[in-house]
Design a protein around this ligand. Structure first.
Ligand SMILES: NC(=O)c1ccc[n+]([C@@H]2O[C@H](COP(=O)([O-])OP(=O)(O)OC[C@H]3O[C@@H](n4cnc5c(N)ncnc54)[C@H](OP(=O)(O)O)[C@@H]3O)[C@@H](O)[C@H]2O)c1
Length: 347
């Protein structure tokens, strides 16, 4: 197991006793001693012609309530997702019902790019806490290394200045842990070199078509836990967009592995992340799939099966904001024809 990142597989009773998490979800130990449940429910609902999709009625409240009932203790949101408020409501309802206490839960949210100046970080986190109706979050992530002005033009705020702002939040106790999202290795190395508080977590896109071996190994060698977003990759269609080319949900290799373990192919892919010591962040608003996606802690893939899945790697990203590629801190490879900027109408 990689140095610094230990998957603590604890038996149900011990887990309840030590980490107050659901009986059969193990935890990862962060570099500050805190425990993070090994799967997080994603709450990003996608993008359409009107911008970020907002939850209808109490859609996310109901999903969060059911998720808590079936064992999820870790939730991933962001100020830009428009789901903080409903996540907070679902959590509050379950606490009032006596199903969980706040300390059982691990809530992650993210700082948006338009609040990268050090003094703006507190303002942004206080607004997120208000939306969530919480006094603190368990994890606050810098969503991107890219700072933008209010009108969405490029800002030249250095992400190290922003990191100082996140460090302030941990010192104030408004965030129990802090981390980064969508940073490349060079950028992560710089934060590690110049920080006062080392990032506890790196959240990046990880699925069979982008396995991120080098970045994951580097982060884990530094004692940083990796969270993998969009974990299903090409297995599913997301936000009405058909899946890209790549292994489908009935891919013969995945089906063979799934049959052997009596699981579905989405479960195999989630387990592939867990077996690489990565916390998967699957999103679903479907109550049945919620249960399916968390039912992955009673089997394990062997080395050969992990290797078979690794072979699908083609470095294909579903989150590629090429409209920001002229920003000095753009973390990814540039492409020839960047996408139109969906945030432009906000300018
Ligand atoms: N840090 C970042 O920049 C960043 C970027 C992207 C995403 N994220 C985080 O990662 C989360 C997940 O990412 P994502 O939504 O892009 O990808 P994903 O979780 O890989 O895919 C979501 C899609 O899979 C479907 N699905 C879920 N479980 C399924 C199952 N068992 N079988 C078949 N289909 C299933 C969902 O549909 P239904 O809802 O209908 O089930 C949805 O269309 C987000 O919600 C967000 O929290 C972070």
């Amino acid at each position: 197991m990689t140095r610094g990142v230990r998957l603590v597989s604890v038996v149900a009773a011990l887990c309840v006793q030590l980490a107050n998490c659901a009986p059969d979800v193990p935890t990862f130990k962060l570099n500050n001693g805190k425990e993070m449940p090994a799967i997080a429910l994603g709450t990003y609902l996608g993008f359409d012609q009107n911008g970020i999709v907002k939850p209808q009625d109490k859609q996310v409240v109901k999903v969060v309530e059911h998720a808590i009932d079936v064992g999820y203790r870790h939730f991933d949101t962001a100020s830009v997702y428009s789901t903080e408020e409903q996540l907070g409501e679902g959590v509050r309802n379950k606490i009032e019902e006596g199903k969980v206490i706040r300390e059982d839960l691990f809530i992650t949210t993210k700082l948006w790019n338009t609040h990268h100046k050090r003094e703006q970080v507190a303002e942004a986190l206080r607004e997120s806490l208000k939306q969530l109706s919480l006094n603190y979050v368990d994890l606050y992530l810098m969503h991107w290394p890219i700072g933008l002005n209010e009108d969405y033009s490029n800002s030249d705020v250095d992400f190290m200045e922003t990191w100082r702002g996140l460090e302030d939040m941990q010192r104030l106790g408004l965030a129990k842990s802090i981390g980064l999202s969508n940073f490349n290795q060079e950028q992560l190395e710089r934060v590690i070199k110049e920080c006062s508080i080392k990032p506890a977590v790196l959240q990046i896109e990880v699925h069979p078509q982008i396995i991120q071996s080098d970045l994951v190994s580097y982060a884990q060698s530094q004692g940083i836990v990796v969270m993998g977003y969009s974990p299903f990759g090409s297995l599913v269609s997301r936000f009405g967009v058909p899946p890209g080319s790549g292994p489908s949900i009935d891919d013969p290799t995945l089906v063979e592995i799934a049959k052997k373990h009596g699981k579905t192919t989405p479960q195999v892919v989630l387990r592939w992340l867990v077996d690489r010591d990565i916390v998967p962040v699957p999103k679903t608003v479907n109550l049945k799939r919620l249960e399916e996606n968390i039912d992955i802690f009673d089997f394990k893939l062997d080395k050969d099966e992990i290797e078979k899945i690794n072979k699908y790697d083609k470095q294909i990203r579903y989150t590629l904001p090429s409209f920001w590629q002229n920003h000095p801190y753009y973390p990814f490879e540039k492409i020839e024809n960047p996408l139109p900027n969906p945030f432009e109408k906000k300018a």
